[in-house]
Structures are given as C-alpha cells and as structure tokens.
Design a protein around this ligand. Structure first.
Ligand SMILES: [Zn+2]
Length: 347
C-alpha cells in the first residue's frame, strides 16, 4: 500500500449537532486482481507468495501492511471493496441524538435530569490523598482530572424503551424483556423515515397514515427495518413546549409496523404516544382508558422497542441509510440511553 489518507471533520456548531464525515482514499501498489483473489481467504502469507510469484516489486513488509490495513477495512466497511488501483470510500454519519445538557428543556416538569461538573482543580485533593507527598504544583497546570456526575432516568435523553417499560406481563402471560436482554441485531438495520411534520400536535397516527406515507416515498417495509417518525416536535426541541408537541403513534399503527416485521421504531418527539396533554383532554371527554399510552401498550401484544427524543430526522432522506442505536446495557431495565446515528455508505 503506498498511501492512505483519512480526513475526519466534526462540525458541532450548536454543541448538540455532530456531523462526521470520514473519507478514506486508498491507493494500492498491489493489483486489484490479487486482492480480489485473496479477499475471502484473509491469508496474508498467501497474498505475499502470490505477489512474489508474479514478480511484483512491492517489498514483503509493504505487502503485509497492505493485508493488515485491508483486513481492518473489511471489518469497517465490508461492502466496499476496491475494484481498481484506487478506490474512494465515503462513510457519512449523521448524529440522531440529543446532547445531555443542563438547562435545555427536553422533558416535562418533574422529569428533568442534571449534570454536576467536577473540575480539574476540584479533584486535586483526591490525587494528593492517593499519592502522599504530591502537591498541586507537581501536576501539569496544577490540575488533576475532570469528571461529571449525572442524575437522570433511563428515559431522559435519547434512549431506547424495552418491552419491560410497557408492562410486567405480555398478553400471552410471559415476562417482557428488559433492555439488557434485547437482541443487538435489532439496533443496526436499514432505516426508513416517515415525515409526519404536517400532522397537528396531539394527532394519533393510524395505519392508513403510515401506508399513505410509504406510498408517497415509494418504499415497502422489510422485516427489521428501523422506522423513525419525524414530527413537528423536532422544531420545538430545547423549549418548554417540546414535550407537548408533535403527533403520536397509536396502537393500530404500531401493530401495523410490528406485523410487517418491524421491531424498532423511533420518534423525534418526547414519546412514541401522543403528548400527555392531548390524551388527557380526550380521556376527560370520552372516558376511554384504552387510549392511554396505546402505542406503548401495543408492546404487550408484540415485543418491540422504540427510540425516543431522536434529533435531526429532518436531515435524513426517506430511506437509503442504516440506523445504529445500540442501547446501554442496564440490568433488568426498562430502557437505556443510546447514541443513535444514521450511516450512509457512499461510493
Ligand atoms: Zn422512554
């Protein structure tokens, strides 16, 4: 391998929006044919022998390095293989997560979280106790280390709900799974975005709404697609109106998705169901308890997970990307935080 360039740019202008663009440009001194012949075998020695047999002038060490880097790339972008002497790989990652930040409203009153910051100076006494005789002046800049203590629930921040959140018993009498029990391969799948920003606050999305949107974007759902809904709540993020904004997804629509084989859904609203305020108004009017948390409770019929408080869905196309949203593993918990991202592999 003669050259490897890697550029990584991070734009984080608003401190809650991260856009990472990674470009790898590779130029191999090995022939593309030699690489292709050996790619499935992961056999660097054989690759070396073949290069020597074909009187390639590439030094042996360089061939080994090429093989090592090649295997590394196979692990990262297995679908992208060079077919010429120079191949450009483009991987774009769009952050779909909110930043945990004090005093930026993202939950209704009573559900707030807090972050306590301990400075590099605050921790000097800790090091002085740990290393008798040490003084602050002995440390670079007189500093020890920074750390933060966070007080939040599993449902603050961008997070994944597990079926245990919805109920302690499924309709079939079995126990729903906690977040630590969910299969990881649910959370790294092709993504589909449904644009429901035009729907009014409090509206409950139906199966027909989803079918109409799928027809508009010309997409047929496949099992295990991750379906995310872009609501009008996104524009209210960071204000006190956020938790009361956007549409919700009802039981019928949630089960419609589950019947298509979808097991992970997501929303950029505060929750998967319609905001409390509107459901409370309907309940006061009709007295029907089945509308309370109807989307969540559909998880008693079919186990599914939902990602809540996503961000930047408006920047996504309707499909043609992957979503990765692995939940933090908390024993027997009803949810876990996630750094959800959309991944675009572009040739
Ligand atoms: Zn939740």
């Amino acid at each position: 391998m003669s050259q490897r360039r890697c550029e990584r740019r991070v734009h984080d202008g608003e401190r809650n929006h991260s856009f990472i663009k990674m470009r790898r440009s590779l130029s191999f001194s090995l022939s593309a044919e030699a690489i292709r012949m050996h790619i499935g075998r992961f056999d660097i020695k054989r690759l070396t022998r073949r290069q020597q047999a074909c009187d390639c002038r590439t030094p042996k060490l360089e061939v080994h390095l090429a093989g090592a880097v090649f295997l590394f790339l196979c692990r990262l972008t297995p679908a992208t293989i060079c077919d010429s002497n120079e191949r450009i790989f483009m991987r774009r990652i769009l952050d779909l997560s909110m930043t945990l930040q004090n005093d930026v409203p993202s939950d209704p009153p009573g559900y707030e979280y807090s972050i306590a910051y301990t400075s590099h100076q605050d921790t000097v006494p800790t090091l002085e106790r740990r290393y008798p005789g040490l003084q602050a002046s002995d440390l670079p800049n007189g500093e020890a280390f920074a750390l933060e203590t966070v007080n939040l629930s599993t449902h603050n921040g961008t997070h994944v709900d597990s079926p245990w959140h919805y109920s302690s018993l499924l309709e079939d009498g079995t126990k729903p799974r906690g977040i630590d029990e969910m299969p990881l391969d649910w959370f790294f799948r092709p993504g589909v975005k449904l644009d429901f920003r035009h729907l009014p606050d409090g509206y409950v999305v139906t199966a027909e709404d989803i079918e109409r949107e799928l027809a508009r974007i010309d997409y047929s759902l496949r099992p295990f697609d991750i379906v995310v809904v872009n609501t009008s709540a996104a524009a209210k993020f960071g204000t006190e109106h956020y938790a009361e904004s956007g549409c919700g997804v009802g039981r019928e629509a949630t089960l419609f998705l589950c019947e298509k084989g979808v097991r992970v859904v997501g929303t950029d609203a505060w929750g998967w169901d319609a905001p409390y305020k509107y459901v409370a108004e309907r309940y006061a009017r009709d007295g029907d308890p089945s509308i309370i948390w109807e989307g969540h409770k559909a998880g008693r019929t079919v186990e599914y997970c939902q990602i809540e408080k996503l961000r930047y869905l408006e920047q996504l196309p309707s499909h043609g990307f992957q979503i990765a949203a692995f939940p933090v593993k908390i024993f027997a918990a009803s949810g876990g935080w996630t750094r959800a991202v959309a991944i675009f592999d572009e040739p």
